[in-house]
Design a protein. Structure first.
Length: 284
């Protein structure tokens, strides 16, 4: 027994580099080989799914990309989940970007889903791109989208895109989804477009932004919210299409378990060593 305790005490002074390696592996392995961990959707994520699921086939959905590379790990997985849900249900997607970087995020997400669902540009989706002006852009979409957008990201004139027939302002859309990392974003869509014109909308945002958006959700102005990476993973679970967020949540969970285990083990070895030192001191 004494020998076993001595081994435990020695392990307590393990080189910290080995700990770093184990923590790194706990993150890396689930990312390389995704592990299906239990994920239970919150009511807010369920509300988002229900709102999209209630749309009639061939609905016109405006998806606004309001994030960049710095928030891509949180927002991009939910972008993919939302697009997969919309395209699998046969809806038409109209992409816009309130952030300059948003255009690159939208192109990447739409190119990937185009391959997955064999989509045809101009028939299944269109990317209108970025226009400067923050909330002025939202007001422009609400009032006269054709004045604001004369061409798409591919240089096509709006009048030459079949999907744009009959699309003049926010009232011609059935739903709006805001993929938001801050300003301008969800709040501006609520205040200047969707709420005044009674157009249903939902959102996915960074975890830090949730408290700003929740009052609109609780007031019924926004139908649910996907909150950061956990929200993205929950939505992937709801649509039954595992993606990046599920793998990231598994990596995060395993890393937390490893860290907590080392904290507990470190405290145990500390008290064992302390008791052993007192005992040795008493024998002397």
């Amino acid at each position: 027994m004494k020998q076993f305790l001595n081994i435990i005490i020695k392990l307590g002074s393990i080189d910290r580099r080995y700990i770093f390696i184990l923590v790194g592996l706990s993150v890396l392995i689930p990312l390389i080989r995704p592990i299906d961990i239990p994920i239970r959707a919150t009511s807010q994520s369920q509300d988002v799914f229900n709102a999209l699921d209630a749309l009639t086939p061939n609905s016109k959905v405006l998806v606004s990309f309001e994030y960049g590379p710095s928030t891509k790990p949180e927002i991009h997985p939910m972008s993919m989940g939302i697009l997969r849900k919309l395209f699998s249900d046969g809806h038409k997607v109209y992409a816009t970007a309130l952030w300059p970087d948003g255009i690159f995020m939208s192109v990447e997400a739409l190119n990937q889903t185009e391959e997955e669902f064999s989509l045809e540009y101009g028939v299944d989706y269109v990317n209108l791109g970025f226009r400067p002006g923050n909330e002025a852009v939202v007001k422009g979409v609400a009032a006269d989208i054709r004045t604001l957008y004369t061409s798409d990201t591919r240089g096509n004139h709006i009048d030459d895109i079949s999907m744009m027939d009959g699309i003049n302002n926010i009232n011609d859309f059935d739903f709006v989804f805001s993929l938001s990392a801050g300003y301008p974003g969800t709040k501006e869509w609520v205040q200047y477009a969707c709420d005044p014109h009674d157009i249903p909308m939902s959102t996915g945002c960074t975890s830090i932004q949730v408290t700003e958006v929740l009052p609109y959700v609780e007031a019924g102005q926004v139908k649910g919210i996907l909150a950061g990476m956990p929200g993205a993973a929950e939505f992937e679970k709801l649509v039954n299409i595992p993606g990046e967020a599920t793998g990231m949540m598994a990596a995060q969970s395993f890393a937390h378990l490893v860290i907590v285990a080392f904290i507990i083990f470190g405290n145990i070895t500390y008290f064992l060593k302390r008791r052993s030192d007192k005992k040795n001191l008493g024998e002397k």
